[in-house]
Design a protein around this ligand. Structure first.
Ligand code: FAD
Length: 281
């Protein structure tokens, strides 16, 4: 399908991009990798009057480690995350997104700003308790991952703000795993689970579990985390805790899976991801 007509701008600075976006009003949209927005436009589910392309804006690329945290530029491609294994969970998660062609175009900033609960990176950022920096006409602010996703395809980033950076704690000393269930390797997740575990001997010193596609936003499996924290890490304790993975979720039924089946998947995948993250797989 051919998208509706739109104006196009490719500013050469962040300030220019923010001003152009702001002047364009509510119907102006940022363009990053275009791999979520352009399909929506071609299906005529989105019809922005102006696209503000970020590709010429300097300073939005790159992955850098500064002491205990990673700074990832918003325009960093999924393939670059995949090719940086030092990132741990982020790299493993990025490698599961679609195929290499999509991963060469899609950006972490676009994925987080799009706010699709079936996307892979939002759950990872939530599990790591990361944050994003956004900049708008009023200046810069930081949004914690837990406050970023507000509803299906909605975030707390204002229409005239640009997501510039993603910050992830390095999670040194944590085991990690990502278990994604889909029909074909390149499909979106029916359900996926990000897990991080820090051991203290046989005990669980810290645990993070985030669920993909189990609600209108990515969610933490709080009951699982509470059930495992401070406990011995055994196959039995993990299975028992994982039985509560779907508590407090509201999975949307779709063509691939009923809500009940997604609940079942969440329990099974959480157990598998935790076993791997705890080194028991
Ligand atoms: C065939 C196919 C399969 C896919 N499979 C998967 C999959 O399995 N898992 C998965 O997670 N994703 C998948 N995707 C989506 C892909 O990862 C997208 O690239 C990603 O979700 C959006 O990133 P983008 O850079 O392409 O954003 P764009 O499409 O350019 O933008 C998406 C939205 O975010 C806004 N935006 C973009 N950048 C910024 C910014 N810096 N600040 C503020 N707002 C911004 C745009 O205005 C737009 O509303 C798939 C896409 C395709 C086409």
């Amino acid at each position: 399908m051919i998208p509706p007509e739109f104006d196009y701008a490719a500013p050469e600075s962040l300030e220019q991009a923010i001003a152009t976006l702001s002047d364009g009003g509510e119907d102006a949209k940022l363009l990053a990798g275009g791999h979520s927005l352009l399909p929506l436009m071609k299906l005529r589910l989105a019809a922005p009057s102006l696209l503000v392309d970020l590709r010429r804006v300097p300073g939005l690329h790159g992955i850098e480690r500064d002491n205990g945290s990673w700074r990832i530029g918003a325009l960093t491609r999924h393939a670059e995350l995949e090719d940086t294994p030092e990132l741990g969970l982020a790299s493993v998660v990025a490698a599961t997104i679609a195929d290499r062609q999509v991963r060469n175009c899609g950006t972490i900033g676009g994925s987080l700003a799009h706010g699709d609960p079936a996307s892979d990176l939002p759950g990872m950022v939530l599990a790591c308790e990361g944050s994003v920096t956004v900049q708008g006409p009023g200046g810069q602010r930081t949004i914690a991952a837990g406050d970023l996703f507000s509803d299906y395809l909605e975030t707390t980033i204002a229409a005239d703000e640009v997501l510039t950076e993603v910050h992830l704690p390095a999670m040194d000393g944590y085991g990690f795993a990502y278990h994604k269930f889909n029909r074909r390797r390149e499909d979106w997740a029916m359900v996926a689970v990000s897990a991080l575990v820090r051991r203290d001997g046989d005990g669980c010193a810290d645990v993070r579990v985030a669920l993909t596609n189990m609600s209108s936003v990515p969610v933490r499996a709080a009951a699982v985390e509470q059930g495992l924290l401070g406990q011995s890490l055994t196959a039995e304790s993990i299975r028992a805790a994982a039985e509560r993975a779907d508590e407090g979720t509201d999975p949307p039924a779709d063509l691939n899976a009923s809500a009940d089946y997604k609940r079942h998947l969440a329990r099974v995948l959480t157990a598998r991801a935790l076993m791997e993250a705890a080194g028991l797989a």
